[in-house]
Write a protein that binds this ligand. Structure first.
Ligand code: FUB
Length: 379
């Protein structure tokens, strides 16, 4: 496993960096990776600038065999499971709609301990086995209910419209069997399924630009882009309660409002703070944290609420831009600590569509705010 170090910033005004060094450990076949404890990391030839006086955090890279991105992490059966996109070089030229993200399948990773061996469980689902799919398998998520596992995945249908599909398995590692149709009433991409403390499950989803959210209004497909003016409320991520069977929505998707601290909606022109894609929700001390990517400004930002529907109030940035255009993450508690999963393009030398999943510890401050991280690893 490849470890690097990042520096934790000391509050919103701080902008601290950085470090970078790495040590590449011996790999066995099938992405089985060797463990090295954080305090054993080889610091030879490294430059670590810690202006906070705090201890830098270790960053773990999950695989040096596959390009992976958009990690959705969950604890199932006592292990950490990660459901990423599987990047590969398909030769499609880069454009603003993300055509170069032309992924065709998913793999699932798992580990028993942070920094321990990472298992790649092999092919979990291929686009050829999804009857309604056309192209581009983007950021997936997974959920468990009653011993059954559900893989949720966005993929364009045969009319080139993003829908959200479901595939089932009896194992969190898959393989998964896709249902014949996408979730009724689903559209756009980046599903994230959150299980609340009362046992209800909600899907958060949506993404603008290539994610097509701007082509939908009140559940109707417009077939063209409709963006609000800069001084109007930004396009909202969506939420829908999942039905008991976990393969359909129990309600029409609703908008999630994100407000500033004055109670006004974040505006469409507020590119540093407005929602773009990659919604994720976690619950900490009874508060709901919605985190998301700001897309073309490349932050992972967060907002809080006292219920899953919001409105959510903007708080700040969790993760500064990483190497590569996209920034996409998930947050999970495991073995008494909180972990941030993210990706960057360091392993491919900066190629936007060839990314690698990483993880590092995430800290909630005593007042409930989240410590801001900078994990930029340049070439
Ligand atoms: O991986 C394809 C797309 O890039 C994802 O769906 C977005 O969140 C962005 O990471």
């Amino acid at each position: 496993m490849k470890n690097t170090i990042l520096i934790r910033e000391n509050g919103p005004s701080g902008f601290f960096l950085l470090s970078i060094f790495s040590c590449l450990f011996v790999l066995t076949s099938s992405c089985k990776q060797q463990k090295k404890a954080p305090d054993e990391v080889d610091t030879t030839d490294s430059i670590v600038v810690d202006t906070t006086g705090k201890t830098p955090d270790v960053v773990y890279t999950l695989s040096s065999e596959l390009y992976t991105a958009d990690p959705s992490a969950h604890v199932f059966e006592g292990k950490l499971y990660v459901y990423p996109s599987h990047d590969f070089e398909s030769g499609i030229p880069e454009d603003d709609l993300g055509s170069h993200f032309n992924m065709e399948d998913y793999h699932v990773f798992s580990m028993d301990s942070v920094g321990g061996e990472v298992t790649d469980h092999g092919l979990a689902l291929h686009i050829d086995d999804v009857p309604w799919a056309g192209r581009q398998m983007w950021a997936p998520d997974a959920a468990e209910k009653g011993g059954e596992y559900f893989l949720y995945f966005p993929v364009k249908d045969k009319k080139d419209i993003f829908r959200i599909g479901v595939a089932k398995s009896t194992s969190p590692a898959g393989p998964f069997k896709a249902l014949d149709l996408p979730i009724g009433g689903s559209y756009s991409m980046d599903p994230a399924v959150f299980e609340d403390a009362d046992g209800k499950y909600y899907m958060y989803f949506g993404g603008i630009w290539g994610g097509q959210l701007q082509q939908w209004k009140d559940g109707e497909y417009l077939g063209e882009d409709l963006y609000p003016a800069d001084d109007e409320p930004a396009i909202a991520p969506k939420i829908a309660l999942m039905s008991d069977d976990m393969v359909s929505f129990a309600e029409a998707p609703k908008d999630i409002l994100i407000l500033d601290k004055n109670g006004d909606p974040i505006k469409a022109g507020d590119n540093d703070r407005r929602f773009f894609e990659a919604a994720w929700v976690h619950r900490y001390n009874g508060t709901y944290y919605l985190s998301y990517s700001t897309g073309d400004t490349h932050n992972i930002a967060y907002a809080i609420a006292d219920n899953p529907y919001g409105p959510f109030t903007y708080q700040g940035v969790i993760l500064d831009p990483v190497l590569g255009w996209t920034n996409h993450h998930s947050i999970v508690e495991y073995q008494g600590k909180w972990w941030l999963f993210f990706h960057d393009s360091s392993m491919s030398g900066g190629k936007t569509h060839l990314r690698s999943v990483k993880m590092t510890e995430l800290t909630h401050n005593p007042d409930g705010t989240i410590q801001r991280l900078n994990a930029f690893e340049g070439n």
